[in-house]
Design a protein around this ligand. Structure first.
Ligand SMILES: *Cc1c(COP(=O)(O)O)cnc(C)c1O
Length: 426
């Protein structure tokens, strides 16, 4: 009966294998104790010029000067798609940037540029459970002079650090990250489309990777940056304008929340409402707030309205940054640029649905549009609200403000004019 006996033995081992390990270190303090003891046993005093650990950057932030670059081998390079096939965020370039943060190793580690690869993270990583993460979106534009430009990247860095602070993620020196991003774009510069209708979208992301279930600041994090060549991010009617749907029963953000931060948890919960709007024939959701139905944002864009004000002047309005609104770089740039135009008044003011309807009935509502890095400017021609469809005459204006705003931004981004907002990187 030797076979049966060994089968029984195998079964016993299978069921009891967890008992077979005589020493199981469940407690990290025990493990560290052991490590400490072994280090003390053969302790060599580090010379004062040596860093205690080659991977540790002792300052608060990582530094561009520590950047390590590992280029993709020729066989790892992927073919570049045609500009017209690009879509939005479907293709990625050959390299990425990664910067780890490990509290127990002294904080931020050295930035690394490497061939694009999948991440390997623990299933308990906090980012996957509690959305302890944030992201950014900016673009690299190839100008008419063939030079590549970034548009006000320091504002994205500032916003990233604010979101990090809110989520217990580590902060960093934004200027250092901009330097690293510039290098990454330079390495993948052939991926910046040779076209004025496409760009290279830059997606910095910061995720908490500590693999523990506690809802607290992660002791380890990963900042990575990936690049995607994109064409105009557009789903619109034949005239190029969008129809938007306002449902007073859903909110995107609320006072004291994180509507003003680019954290992933703001976006997943918008999908159902967007799908409902699409079923009714609209392209985007108009996010309202409060009993007076204040307009806050449209889709993932800031909203603007052009009307004839009570003084009879043409006015460009957008809701104020009251915590419910993402402080868009495009929004801020539009406000700053249009403030210098003499034929238009610019105001940050609360806009309610009643006001929109009233102005429209009086023939004083001229335009509505959304603005953001991905789309630049998206004119709005219809608003669905409480069983009615309000037609907005945005596309009927002879010299629309949205077009002027768009042309001004594009001229800066693609280097038709020199402007301090655009930073040449190569
Ligand atoms: C990113 C974003 C914007 C636009 O911000 P930009 O900096 O102009 O790209 C507007 N609203 C929401 C909700 C966003 O996520």
């Amino acid at each position: 009966m030797p076979i049966r006996r060994s089968q029984v033995l195998v079964k016993w081992i299978f069921e009891n294998q967890h008992k077979l390990q005589t020493i199981r270190w469940c407690s990290s303090s025990l493990r560290y104790k052991e490590l400490e003891d072994s280090v003390q046993a053969d302790h060599v005093a580090p010379s004062p010029t040596q860093k205690p650990h080659p991977q540790i950057t002792p300052e608060i932030s990582f530094k561009y000067e520590d950047l390590q670059v590992r280029l993709a081998a020729p066989y790892q390079l992927t073919p570049k798609p045609e500009a017209k096939e690009l879509g939005f965020g479907k293709y990625f370039t050959d390299h990425m940037l990664k910067i780890y943060y490990h509290k127990e190793l002294g904080g931020w580690q050295k930035p690394e540029i490497m061939p694009f690869e999948n991440l390997n993270i623990h299933p308990a990583a906090k980012a996957l459970h509690y959305a302890i993460q944030l992201f950014e979106g900016l673009k690299a534009y190839r100008g008419v002079d063939d030079k590549i430009r970034l548009f006000r990247p320091e504002l994205n860095m500032e916003r990233m650090n604010l979101a990090a602070q809110r989520s217990g993620l580590p902060m960093f020196d934004g200027e250092e990250l901009v330097q690293c991003i510039k290098r990454l774009v330079q390495i993948d510069q052939e991926w910046v489309p040779h076209s004025e209708t496409s760009t290279l979208y830059i997606r910095p992301t910061l995720i908490g990777i500590e693999p523990t279930f506690g809802i607290m600041a992660p002791e380890s994090a990963l900042l990575f940056v990936i690049l995607s060549p994109v064409s105009a991010y557009y789903k619109a009617s034949s005239d190029g304008a969008v129809s938007i749907f306002a449902d007073p029963n859903v909110v995107r953000a609320f006072p004291g929340g994180v509507g003003n931060r680019k954290v992933g948890s703001n976006y997943g919960p918008t999908i159902e409402a967007t799908a409902r709007a699409a079923k009714l024939g609209h392209h985007q959701v108009l996010w309202l707030f409060g009993p007076d139905h204040q307009l806050t944002e449209v889709g993932a864009m800031n909203i603007f309205m052009v009307h004839i004000n009570d003084q009879g002047d043409k006015q460009l309005s957008t809701p104020p940054l009251n915590g419910l609104i993402l402080p868009g770089v495009t929004r801020r740039s539009i406000i700053e640029l249009a403030s210098q135009w003499e034929d238009i008044v610019v105001r940050e003011e609360v806009i309610t649905m009643d006001r929109v309807i009233q102005l429209n009935q009086q023939g004083r509502l001229l335009e509505m549009f959304g603005a953001g890095t991905a789309v630049i400017i998206s004119p709005i021609s219809r608003v669905g609200f409480l069983e009615q469809n309000i037609e907005i005459p945005t596309m009927k204006q002879s010299n629309p403000v949205f077009q002027r705003v768009k042309d001004t931004l594009l001229a800066i981004q693609y280097g038709h004019v020199e402007h301090p907002y655009a930073k040449v990187i190569s």
